[in-house]
Design a protein around this ligand. Structure first.
Ligand SMILES: Cc1cc2nc3c(=O)[nH]c(=O)nc-3n(C[C@H](O)[C@H](O)[C@H](O)COP(=O)(O)OP(=O)(O)OC[C@H]3O[C@@H](n4cnc5c(N)ncnc54)[C@H](O)[C@@H]3O)c2cc1C
Length: 535
């Protein structure tokens, strides 16, 4: 069963070794296990539902509780401490578009706010009920998961928007195709959620980001249906698909989506290379992407993340051997690990690999074979389970991400890491912060930051620590010329910073769009677009 206040299935754990624990103590300090509220106690505190009965909704307290929060650190603090905050008044699981329409009519009549819910993996507060007097109806798309159309000639497939990653891939692979969209939350996140948050998969270098894959679909808004045909291209004015991408449930409910799919690749491999330092790694990456070497993934971890990954991996003897080998080749303390993914036909994979490794070598890279890449592939969707382990040991984990043009990337990385590392100095707390480049583009790359710090005895203090770090890092991102989000979206957590990125007029245009499709403002209020002054 899925954990109600942690990540993933309660049948899966991610234990770490005694030496990995000792590493954390050495770097951050010894910690006390975090709180873990009992489900029964929290359930007993769920308030009465403020929505009238309807055949399509459930007011069951357990279902409401399980759809109340996402996966951000503030969500974890709320769920683990048992102070969950606002809980939806009802949850609905429509199976058809007609039921979705009926639910929106019901919500309008009841003056309820509506939160579309995919897999609940949001890390920026997207699916949490906002404040305000309106009752809240959460509409979960999980019953709309089937493939309804596959055009093998045009490489297009239509799915219900509630389909999760594994289920979508299983349906396509059975027919020889793949979507190739693999966010780390793949196990639980859904097609509708990916589109509504402009998600990016780990192999988007080959398959494309979700905006490249989304060909069309249907959105049901409070004002009616928006149909988006899957034209291969069109010059008929602005592309309406772009307003659905990143809409975060503010415009309506995506019920089905037609996706550009790819024939399953003949080969796929992930190779490991170590660079003596971050700058040489970046130079190699830039060259690879600007020379259009056909790769599927370039993931470069900075020296602190490389060290932490090796320390938490547990294979101590093997790692000692590896480090000895690297030292012999001039790669020492500042080493940075690059994983190179290559996907395609056998001959194309062979050529791309050769070219990538030649470029890596020209920038001081030392090739270490496939073992690290295979290990990464094996645990790519298991890594989030580490958050459960760390919480139980007394450590909070938060991640944030951005994208920068190449010129700004090195200085921005340094500035953000420094803000994070010193962010809790006043509290006398250490923050272990590190970064990796997770996606590359010819003009720049996305940076993904992780910070680990100790949980305070009081959950309110842990939340205050998070606020402090989040604010410091967000301001450093904006000051460094980055976007407030490369792949997680805006939700509530990035709302204070969105005006700086979009501008006042840009936000007014987005607000006007929301007002057109949702004039009574019932769709996911409080997310993506701040209310206009006077609203
Ligand atoms: C461990 C972990 C790893 C992650 N890794 C990645 C990653 O590699 N790449 C990445 O891009 N993101 C990642 N994320 C973030 C998250 O998984 C994405 O934002 C994902 O796209 C959310 O999908 P979901 O189905 O869970 O949506 P939810 O969290 O349920 O909803 C997110 C938003 O989308 C809206 N929405 C959902 N479904 C619909 C619909 N059918 N119609 C209209 N609106 C809808 C919701 O209203 C909400 O505003 C990660 C999160 C976690 C916890």
């Amino acid at each position: 069963m899925r954990r109600w206040n942690g990540w993933g299935s309660d049948q899966v754990d991610f234990p770490i070794t005694a030496s990995a624990k000792a590493y954390l103590v050495r770097i951050i300090g010894s910690a006390q296990p975090g709180p873990s509220a009992r489900y029964e106690d929290v359930l007993a505190s769920v308030p009465r539902a403020e929505l009238p009965a309807h055949p399509l909704i459930s007011r069951d307290p357990g279902l409401r509780l399980k759809h109340a929060r996402g996966q951000s650190l503030p969500d974890w603090i709320a769920l683990r401490s048992g102070a969950v905050g606002r809980i939806p008044d009802a949850v609905a699981f429509p199976s058809t578009e007609k039921e979705v329409e009926e639910l929106l009519v019901f919500a309008k009549k009841a003056r309820a706010a509506v939160i579309p819910f995919g897999g609940g993996t949001s890390v920026v507060g997207h699916i949490n009920p906002a404040g305000g007097a309106s009752p809240v109806l959460t509409i979960v798309l999980s019953r709309m998961f089937r493939i309804s159309w596959l055009d093998e000639e045009s490489h297009l497939a239509t799915f219900g928007a509630g389909v999760t990653g594994p289920h979508l891939e299983a349906q396509l692979r059975a027919r020889g195709f793949t979507l190739g969209h693999f966010p780390q939350s793949f196990e639980y996140s859904t097609l509708g959620g990916w589109i509504a948050t402009r998600s990016s998969g780990q192999q988007s270098l080959y398959y494309g980001r979700i905006e490249d894959l989304f060909a069309g679909g249907t959105v049901i808004s409070p004002e009616g249906r928006l149909e988006l045909p899957p034209f291969p291209a069109s010059a008929a004015g602005p592309d309406l698909r772009q307003i659905v991408l990143g809409s975060e449930g503010r415009l309506g409910i995506i019920t089905q989506a037609t996706m550009r799919v790819t024939v399953l690749a003949e080969r796929e491999r992930f190779d490991g290379v170590f660079f003596p330092d971050w700058d040489q790694g970046i130079s190699a990456l830039k060259k690879m992407v600007q020379d259009s070497v056909p790769l599927s993934m370039l993931r470069l971890t900075d020296s602190d993340e490389t060290r932490t990954t090796l320390a938490l991996a547990g294979h101590e003897r093997l790692i000692r051997l590896l480090e000895r080998l690297l030292r012999g080749r001039g790669v020492e303390e500042g080493k940075c690990l690059l994983l190179v993914g290559i996907t395609g036909e056998t001959e194309a994979v062979r050529k791309a690999r050769r070219r990538a490794l030649d470029l890596a070598q020209a920038h001081g890279g030392v090739y270490v074979g496939r073992r690290m890449g295979n290990e990464w592939r094996r645990s790519r969707f298991r890594t989030p389970y580490l958050r459960n382990t760390l919480w139980d040991l007394g450590y909070a984990v938060d991640t944030l991400e951005s994208a920068f043009i190449w010129k700004d990337l090195p200085s921005a990385t340094e500035a953000i890491l420094s803000r994070l590392r010193n962010g809790l100095a006043a509290e006398g707390e250490k923050v272990h912060a590190f970064a990796h480049i997770s996606r590359v583009y010819s003009s720049g790359a996305s940076l993904y930051f992780t910070c680990i710090f100790r949980l305070a005895a009081d959950p309110g203090e842990t939340l205050a620590r998070w606020h402090k770090l989040k604010k410091a890092a967000s301001l450093a991102i904006l000051a460094g010329g980055g976007t407030i989000s490369h792949q997680h979206g805006v939700g509530t957590d990035h709302l204070p910073y969105i005006e700086q990125e979009k501008g006042k007029l840009g936000l007014q245009a987005l607000q006007a769009l929301a007002n057109t499709l949702d004039p009574f403002g019932i769709m996911n209020p409080g997310k993506l677009v701040p209310p206009l002054e006077g609203d």
